[in-house]
Ligand binder design. Structure first.
Ligand SMILES: Cc1cc2nc3c(=O)[nH]c(=O)nc-3n(C[C@H](O)[C@H](O)[C@H](O)COP(=O)(O)OP(=O)(O)OC[C@H]3O[C@@H](n4cnc5c(N)ncnc54)[C@H](O)[C@@H]3O)c2cc1C
Length: 514
C-alpha cells in the first residue's frame, strides 16, 4: 500500500510537444492516422498541423493509444456508456498506464486544451452538453482496471478504470464488502468522487467518506498522493467535489467484513402504485439504518434479453437490502408482505448478488435521466410521484425510483461514522440534508425522445415542492449551476480550483465554476 509523488518530465511533456510543434526533432506522425481534424481549437494555441503532430507524438510515446477524428475506431473510442450522448472531443486518449495519464495532462496543457477523464461515460451527458468537449482530449481510463486488496487492513486500492463489478469480485472471496453502487459496470472513481450511494448507504454513509487516499495528476502535470495529512484541502475536495481537481490514477478505500445480506424485491401490479408506495413511504419511517430500500415504478419494454416475467410488463416494486438475520428481516418486511406481492425475491444472499438487485442494464444503453433529493416524502409527495409515473400518467420512463437515504447518509452522522471506522473527516459532501432521492430514466430512442423528455420533466416538476436544498452530483445527468450541487461549499471548491487549475486544464462533467 502507499505510493509516492513524482514530477519527472516525460517525452510527452509541454516542452517536448512544443519542440515537435516547431518542426524540430524526428518526425513521428503516421500516415495511417491522417486526420480529418475539423474540431475547433483555440486559435492562440497551435495550428491544426502542429496539433496533429503533437497528438501523433503522444500516440507514439504512450503505452495506450490516441484516436483522432477519421480513425477507423473513432466512433467506438468516443462513445459513452450512455449511448445517447454524442461526445466530440479533439481526440481520445486511451491510457495504457498511469504514466499515460500524466503525459496526456501535460500534452493537453501544452496544447492549450483541456483533458476530460472518463472511465465509462455513465454520466457523460453534462460533459458533452453544448459541444463541451470541442477543446478537450477525452482521456479514457477504461483499460486500467486492476484491484488490489489488503485483507488484513481491509483496504482496496483500485486503478481509475475499475468498475464496481471488478471490486466486488476481488473483495468477496475475502468475506469483505465495498460500498458499491447498484450496477456492476459503474466506474468506482467517478462514483466515489461524486459521493456514492450504495445498498449499505444508510448504515455506512457515502462511499467517499471511506476513502483513505487518492492519487491524481493535477493540472500542472504532477502526480500527487493526497490524504488526510498530505494536501488535505485537495483531499477534502475530491471526496464529493467531483472530478474537477485532477485525473485520478488510483483510489484507496475502506472495506467492511460483510459476506452476506438479506435482499430482494417485492413486485406488485402497476395499478397498485399509490397504495404500495404510500405503504412503503410510511414503512421507511419505521425501519432501522440497517435497511436501505427503494420504491419504484418499472415499465419494461418487450425485449428478448429480459426474462419473460419482466419483458413488456409494468410493476410497482419495493427493493430492500437488510443487514439483519433472516428472521429479523422477515419481521421488518412483514408489513410490506402483508400487502400481498405478486412476486417476492427477498432471500439471504452473498454480497455479490446485490449487483443484480436493482436490475440495471447489463450493457451500455441510450438513456435520458435525471434526479433530485427530497427533504421529505409526505403522502402528498407520494401522490405527486404516482401522478407523474403511475398507471394513469402516460409516463414512458423505464424506471422512476425513490431511494430512501437518511441514516448514516446524513452529514451529522458522517462524522460519527468516520470516528467509528477510523476514516478521515468527511470531504466536500459529507452526506445529504435530505431523506429521499428521486431518479427517473427512459430509453432515449429518437422516435420517443420528446415523450421521454416530457415524462422526465413531469416527474421532476411534480416532486419539486419537496426538493431539498442541494442535488446529488451522481444523479445529476443534466447540467445545473454548481451551487445546486454544493451550496455554500462551492466557494471553497472554486477557490481551490482557481489555485490548482486556473486555466481549466481538467474538465469534469460537473465543474465547480459552472
Ligand atoms: C445504471 C446506473 C446505475 C447507477 N447506480 C448508482 C448507485 O447505485 N449509486 C450512486 O451513487 N450512483 C449511481 N449511478 C450514478 C453514477 O455514480 C454516476 O453516473 C458516476 O458519475 C459514474 O461514474 P463513471 O466513472 O462510471 O462515469 P463517467 O461518466 O466515466 O465519469 C463521470 C465523471 O467522473 C469524473 N471521473 C471519472 N473518472 C475520473 C478520473 N480518473 N479522474 C478524475 N475524474 C474522473 C469525471 O468528471 C467524469 O466526467 C448510476 C448510474 C447509472 C447510469
Amino acid at each position: 500500500m502507499g505510493w509516492r509523488s513524482r514530477s519527472c518530465e516525460p517525452p510527452g511533456s509541454p516542452a517536448a510537444v512544443r519542440l515537435r510543434s516547431e518542426g524540430q526533432g524526428p518526425r513521428t506522425a503516421r500516415s495511417r492516422k491522417e486526420p480529418s481534424v475539423n474540431t475547433p481549437v483555440p486559435s492562440d494555441t497551435v495550428t491544426t498541423f502542429s496539433l496533429r503532430e503533437a497528438l501523433a507524438l503522444l500516440d507514439d510515446r504512450i503505452d495506450g493509444r490516441v484516436h483522432i477524428p477519421g480513425d477507423p475506431g473513432w466512433d467506438e473510442a468516443r462513445s459513452a456508456w450512455n449511448l445517447a450522448v454524442d461526445q466530440r472531443p479533439v481526440a481520445v486518449v486511451v491510457a495504457g498506464s498511469v504514466d499515460d495519464l500524466v503525459q496526456a495532462v501535460r500534452t493537453a496543457k501544452g496544447l492549450g486544451l483541456s483533458v476530460a477523464p472518463q472511465a465509462t461515460g455513465h454520466n457523460a451527458g453534462p460533459l458533452a452538453a453544448g459541444n463541451g468537449l470541442a477543446d478537450a482530449l477525452l482521456l479514457r481510463t477504461s483499460e486500467l482496471r486492476a484491484v488490489q486488496v489488503d485483507r488484513d487492513l481491509r483496504i482496496a486500492r483500485v486503478e481509475p478504470g475499475a468498475l464496481w463489478g471488478d471490486v466486488v469480485a476481488a473483495v468477496a472471496p475475502h468475506g469483505l464488502a465495498a460500498l458499491a453502487g447498484s450496477s456492476h459496470d459503474v466506474g468506482v472513481v467517478g462514483y466515489t468522487l461524486g459521493g456514492g450511494v450504495s445498498w449499505l448507504g444508510r448504515s455506512h454513509g457515502l462511499a467517499s467518506n471511506h476513502v483513505l487516499a487518492v492519487e491524481l495528476v493535477t493540472a500542472d502535470g504532477v502526480l500527487r498522493r493526497v490524504d488526510a495529512e498530505h494536501d488535505p484541502e485537495l483531499f477534502w475536495a475530491v471526496r464529493g467535489g467531483g472530478g474537477d481537481f485532477g485525473v485520478v490514477t488510483a483510489i484507496e478505500f475502506r472495506l467492511f467484513p460483510i459476506a452476506e445480506i438479506v435482499a430482494g424485491a417485492l413486485f406488485f401490479p402497476l395499478e397498485r402504485s399509490e397504495e404500495v408506495l404510500q405503504a412503503w413511504a410510511a414503512w421507511t419511517a419505521t425501519v432501522p439504518d440497517s435497511v436501505t430500500s427503494v420504491g419504484r415504478v418499472l415499465r419494461f419494454p418487450p425485449m428478448p434479453d429480459l426474462p419473460p416475467f419482466l419483458s413488456g410488463k409494468s410493476f410497482v416494486v419495493v427493493e430492500a437490502a437488510i443487514q439483519e438475520s433472516p428472521e429479523r428481516a422477515d419481521e421488518l418486511l412483514a408489513p410490506l408482505r402483508a400487502l400481498g406481492p405478486d412476486m417476492d425475491s427477498v432471500h439471504p444472499q452473498p454480497m455479490p448478488e446485490l449487483l443484480q438487485l436493482h436490475m440495471d442494464p447489463p450493457a451500455p444503453v441510450p438513456g435520458n435521466g435525471d434526479g433530485m433529493l427530497l427533504a421529505e416524502l409526505p403522502p402528498a409527495a407520494v401522490r405527486a410521484f404516482v401522478a407523474a409515473t403511475g398507471p394513469d400518467s402516460g409516463s414512458v420512463l423505464l424506471s422512476a425510483e425513490i431511494r430512501h437515504v437518511g441514516g448514516a447518509l446524513r452529514p451529522d452522522a458522517a462524522l460519527a461514522s468516520a470516528a467509528e471506522h477510523g476514516t478521515p473527516a468527511p470531504g466536500a459532501v459529507a452526506g445529504f440534508d435530505a431523506e429521499y432521492l428521486v431518479f427517473g430514466v427512459g430509453i432515449a430512442v429518437p422516435a420517443a425522445s420528446e415523450a421521454l423528455a416530457a415524462s422526465l420533466g413531469r416527474l421532476l416538476s411534480r416532486v419539486e415542492p419537496w426538493r431539498a436544498r442541494a442535488d446529488y452530483l451522481n444523479f445529476a445527468e443534466h447540467e445545473r449551476p454548481a451551487e445546486r450541487l454544493w451550496g455554500d461549499r462551492v466557494h471553497r471548491l472554486r477557490a481551490l480550483k482557481n489555485a490548482v487549475d486556473p486555466t481549466g486544464v481538467i474538465r469534469s462533467n460537473h465543474p465547480v465554476r459552472r
